[in-house]
Design a protein around this ligand. Structure first.
Ligand code: ADE
Length: 226
C-alpha cells in the first residue's frame, strides 16, 4: 500500500512513522509513506499557499491553485483509490473505516491548516473527508498520522499473532476486556482466578462477558449499531 500525504508541515510527520508498527510495515515493504511539502506548488516565490477569506472573517484559507497543482502532479504517477481531506467536519473515523481503507492500494491524504482549504478543491478533487473526533486540531497532520497508524497496523503481515488486530477494541463493535500480566498479586490486588485456570474455553467466555459489560457501561452506543 502507498500513502501520499500533502502538508505544509512535513517535519511534523517525520517521527510518527519512524517507530513501532509503522516502521515495521515500512521495513517489510508493506507500506510506503511519502510526504510532500505543498509549498513546492506555491503560487509565488514567497511560497504562498494561503490567502484571506472572501466575505471577511479571521483566519486564512488554503488557496485552490497550489492544492490543485499538487494533486494533479501526484495523480500523474499514482492512481488514487481515495483522495482524503482531514477535517473536523468530515465523517468520524472508526474501526470500520480503518478496515475499509486498509484494503485500498493508493491513498492521498490532504492536511488542512488555518480555516481549511478552498471549498472548490473539496468539490472537485476530494473523494472522502475524515475527522478523528469532535475537537479542532491546529492542522490535519496529527489527524493524518492517526489515520495512517490505524490503517497501517491492519495491513496483512504487519502484526503477528501476539499483536493480532482480531481482538482489538471495536473490531467486533465491542471494547477489549481487561488485561493482566505478572505478578498475580499486585499490592494485594489479585488477577481474576479464571485467567489462571488454564481453561481456554472458560477464559474466552469470561473475556467476552467482560467485553460486553465494559461496552454496556462505557459505550452503550456501540451495542446499538448494527
Ligand atoms: N483538522 C483539524 N481538526 C481535525 C480533526 N478533528 N480531524 C481531522 N482533521 C482535523
Amino acid at each position: 500500500m502507498k500513502i501520499d500525504i500533502l502538508t505544509v508541515l512535513p517535519e511534523l510527520l517525520e517521527s510518527p512513522f519512524a517507530h513501532s508498527m509503522l516502521k515495521r510495515a515500512k521495513d517489510k515493504g508493506l507500506l510506503e509513506i511519502r510526504i510532500h511539502n505543498l509549498r513546492q506548488w506555491a503560487v509565488n516565490e514567497y511560497g504562498q499557499i494561503d490567502d484571506y477569506q472572501y466575505g471577511g472573517g479571521a483566519g486564512m484559507v488554503m488557496m485552490p491553485e497550489p492544492l490543485a497543482r499538487a494533486i494533479e502532479a501526484l495523480s500523474k504517477d499514482n492512481s488514487y483509490s481515495q483522495i482524503i481531506y482531514m477535517t473536523p467536519d468530515g465523517e468520524r473515523l472508526n474501526q470500520s473505516i480503518a478496515n475499509q481503507l486498509s484494503m485500498q492500494e493508493n491513498l492521498l491524504l490532504i492536511c488542512g491548516h488555518y480555516k481549511g482549504i478552498d471549498q472548490r478543491i473539496r468539490d472537485q478533487f476530494v473523494t472522502r473527508e475524515i475527522s478523528i473526533g469532535d475537537y479542532v486540531l491546529s492542522g490535519g497532520e496529527l489527524a493524518a498520522a492517526v489515520l495512517v497508524d490505524a490503517i497501517g497496523r491492519l495491513l496483512p503481515g504487519v502484526l503477528n499473532d501476539e499483536t493480532s488486530a482480531l481482538f482489538d477494541s471495536f473490531q467486533d463493535n465491542l471494547l477489549a476486556p481487561p488485561a493482566y500480566t505478572r505478578p498475580a498479586d499486585f499490592r494485594g490486588s489479585k488477577v481474576p482466578d479464571i485467567l489462571l485456570s488454564g481453561d481456554p474455553k472458560k477464559i474466552e467466555d469470561w473475556r467476552h462477558e467482560e467485553s460486553l459489560r465494559r461496552t454496556a457501561a462505557r459505550r452503550p452506543d456501540l451495542l446499538e449499531e448494527d
